[in-house]
Design a protein around this ligand. Structure first.
Ligand SMILES: Cc1cc2nc3c(=O)[nH]c(=O)nc-3n(C[C@H](O)[C@H](O)[C@H](O)COP(=O)(O)OP(=O)(O)OC[C@H]3O[C@@H](n4cnc5c(N)ncnc54)[C@H](O)[C@@H]3O)c2cc1C
Length: 407
């Protein structure tokens, strides 16, 4: 039976980033073993969109510029209009098989042991180390276990840790079809997040992203996120097909696949004796279901806390969740949850119109200084802008409120 100080379960963005950041924090690569059920490059259902902050982290992790396909902007859309979002740099698109494989290669190159085809089945808790039992009957012991095994985390289940809300997503690959509609869609060249589903009673959005593969063929990923997981897969598949058709796209795959998402919640539990969750096992952005960037950032946090546990010779850090909630990233995820609760709650259509009508939001979005997922610090001025608009609509005059000057 192998014995590791740290066993990381899952080699996606959450697990690979935890491993690589752990080395940056000074942990010896020989102390880390990363297990994954799959063999890399493995398939992963995903739009493959990485926003600005995720690209910054990826550059840190790879030690080189991101290699994906750059896209200049995001469009948040509904029949209420478009909000064009320009971040300080481009967003990148990836095939997840290629992206995740690059980080696994980087782990190996830096001396981390990666075990593929190792599906964790259960965990037998121990006083000084946990015993990991894999589906093929092999066993391993680890002092600290990192659960980076995604939405359906076995580590979370085995440790009995309370999770956050679950969403349901479906997605498929499409190619150019009807030329007039396709050309209109294609010339936008953006990542489109279309919130019309909120107005149709589905708490989420539909997306259409270019899907770059090395062969250079034009492909697109189209899908829909039900951020509350309340609609059937069949309904979501029908909506996805109709949306793709409206964009002049034709299916390149025989079926539209589905997968859950596990969202961050401030009350979720992510730690118990010797076990630390990270990435989607802990929870991702509840607003857009963006998971890659949060997983990289949680990986950085988890790595620091693992180093602390090793240095202090302890397996329990009672403030593991609390300290993350106090960090910039933790606060941002909580804020994203607040927005998701408005948009995907009972009065979703009302809140969507409030957001789309907010002049300050439009202004900030276009300014090339704001980063998706870090809107929290702008909340006071957005609320003031909303009050000013509301006042004008009800009393016809501008209130005597001054907005804080943009920094
Ligand atoms: C349809 C869809 C579209 C999405 N689009 C985007 C997008 O465009 N941009 C974005 O940022 N996010 C997107 N997401 C979310 C994103 O894919 C995830 O949040 C992200 O992959 C989370 O990273 P992770 O490392 O925590 O988990 P994962 O990427 O799920 O990695 C978990 C790893 O653990 C392994 N594993 C699982 N169970 C076990 C086990 N029992 N034993 C051993 N290994 C195990 C898996 O093989 C996998 O390699 C999308 C999700 C879906 C479903």
């Amino acid at each position: 039976m192998s014995h590791a100080k740290i066993a990381i379960i899952g080699g996606g963005p959450g697990g690979a980033s935890t491993a690589l950041y752990a080395l940056e924090r000074g942990i010896d690569p020989e102390d880390i073993t990363l297990f994954d059920a799959a063999h890399f490059p493995r398939k992963k259902l995903c739009g493959g969109g990485l926003t600005f902050r995720g690209s910054e982290s990826l550059q840190e992790l790879l030690g080189e510029r991101p290699f994906g396909r750059a896209v200049p902007n995001l469009i948040f859309r509904a029949s209420l209009g478009d909000i064009e979002v320009r971040e300080p740099g481009p967003q990148y698109l990836y095939d997840r098989g290629i992206l995740d494989h690059a980080l696994i290669d980087r782990c190996r190159a830096r001396g981390i042991r990666v075990v593929e085809g190792a599906r964790l089945k259960s965990i037998e808790p121990g006083a000084s180390a946990h015993r990991l039992v894999f589906a093929d009957g092999t066993r391993a012991k680890a002092v600290l276990v990192v659960g980076a095994d995604g939405a359906r985390s076995v580590v979370r289940r085995e440790a009995g840790l309370r999770g956050g809300p679950l969403g349901r997503l479906v997605e498929a690959v499409y190619g150019p079809g009807d030329s007039a509609r396709f050309e209109a869609f294609d010339k936008e060249g953006a990542l489109i997040f279309d919130f019309e589903p909120v107005l149709m009673g589905i708490p989420g959005y539909r997306w259409a992203f270019p899907y770059p593969l090395p062969d250079g063929e034009r492909r697109f990923k189209v899908g829909i996120m039900d951020g509350r997981g309340i609609h059937s897969g069949e309904r979501l598949r029908e909506e996805t097909s109709a949306y793709a058709e409206s964009l002049g796209l034709i299916p390149l795959e025989p079926k539209i696949a589905g997968w859950p998402e596990h969202y961050f919640h401030r009350k979720s539990k992510a730690h118990t004796e010797g076990i630390f969750l990270t990435g989607e096992a802990w929870g991702i952005d509840p607003l857009l279901g963006e998971g890659i960037a949060p997983a990289y950032q949680m990986g950085a946090y988890a790595a620091s806390r693992l180093k602390e546990a090793l240095d202090r010779g302890v397996r329990k850090l009672p403030d593991y969740e609390r300290r993350f909630l106090r960090s910039e990233e933790g606060k941002n995820l909580v804020f994203q949850g607040f927005l998701a609760d408005r948009l995907y709650g009972q009065n979703g259509a009302h809140w969507l119109s409030v957001l789309f009508a907010n002049p300050r939001l439009r202004e900030l979005a276009a300014r090339e200084t704001e980063v998706y997922g870090r809107l929290r610090r702008r909340a006071p001025e957005l609320i003031l802008s909303y009050i000013a608009l509301w006042w004008r609509e009800h009393f016809g005059r501008r209130p005597r409120l001054t907005l804080p000057r943009a920094r």
